[in-house]
Design a protein. Sequence first.
Length: 471
Amino acid sequence: MRSKAVRHWLTLGFYKKTRKAPSNEALQSALGVLDARALFEGTQEEVHLRTAWHDGVLYYDLADSNWRAVRIDKTGWQLIHKPSVRFRRYSHTATQVEPKAGGSIDLLWNFLNVPGARDRRLLSSWLCTGLIPDIPRPLLVLHGDQGSAKSNLCKFLLALLDPSTVPCLTTKNGPELIQGLAHRFGGILDNVSTIPEWLSDLLCRAVTGEGFTKRQLFTDDDDVVYRYMRLLLFNGINVAISKADLLDRCLIIGVERISEETRKDEKTLWKQFEGVKPLLLGTIFDHLAAAMREFSNIKPSRLPRMADFARWGMAIAAGQGKDPEGFTADFAKNVERQNEEAIEGSVTATVTLNWLQNNLRSEDDSGNWSGEPHELHRELKAHAESLNVPDKHFPPDAATLSKKLREVRPNLLSLGWSIDFGKGRRRRITIQRISPKNAVSPDAAALSITDSAPICDTNDGCDSKTPVSSD
């Protein structure tokens, strides 16, 4: 009731009846009465952005002037006028094209420079699950060299799911980003090179679901509540994300640089994309309808992090006549990539891994260490110094070291090292080798350290322009 659209609607209605403009006092009075009647006499209904479930049916808002939507169920999909669910549009919300049947997801690879078959399958699954509104969907992370069209790739994908006149989100401050997340179904974080800790934490919550409140006005105690679980795309030359908790919520895809022979100007590329967009959208709806038929049959014995996404990914594979375990294998490989990025992005993890590989080995290929936090800090700090790790990049005390190790403990576990933080006053730390065949070599660990921090030879010095990745 407080929106400009309602004020304009009332003003126009008054003018049509009286051929006069209402006074501001009369307009405010009318709005106050309507607001009160809505609150105390009207029925309450949930309002959605772009997609919504209703009675087992998925609705997708085309955001056109006729209020058309696509109805998707187990039997297929169809266009309908004025669906029973309510959708809200913001000023940046763009109209979606009318979908067409008979397309193929393979049309997408003419515009996205994703070379690997595994990454293509994962990206296709992410694209379809992107329209399921009530589950956490991984943050899609695209990385590649300059000239690999990462920004356009993100815009193509978002244009298929949630077209917007302003597809990119601002990351200057938290409140502005929160409002942007609350007002859209999906968004892009474009060309990101570094991520501050507050942004990493906020993105974690945006993927899995978050609520945020602020005072409506300085003159009253009313709250404005933002709730969101968003579809997010992220790109950069490198994987700028280093915190393990956010990496656990990511799908990491590498893209290749486009050669000069195959490069097209942006206007031509978008014109070609708009030509096949209706077929691609129809294909996504086809895959969703098939997945809905198969979903109840998907009963995996174990599920990874982002379990809802994994189960729907398996259903999408089954709906296309493929083995659902194939998706599980593809996703497991991507989880390995997450672990590698988490280790390489943490000086603490890479130093610890190198120390473990070099010091906890025995003839039977097993080993363990147990001691108090200050003892572990002393040993790891000495090892870091032997690797020429600058003091400012290594935890200054045992408490900080323990905190950093807790962050990467799941990633080290995937490489075969279990870290247990005992309880009680002394809180002994126990490290055990539980899966030697999965542990990386000392040389690989040393390489990770070199790649993730400005560790330099004392004779050559450090390049001050080298980007620093630290905890």
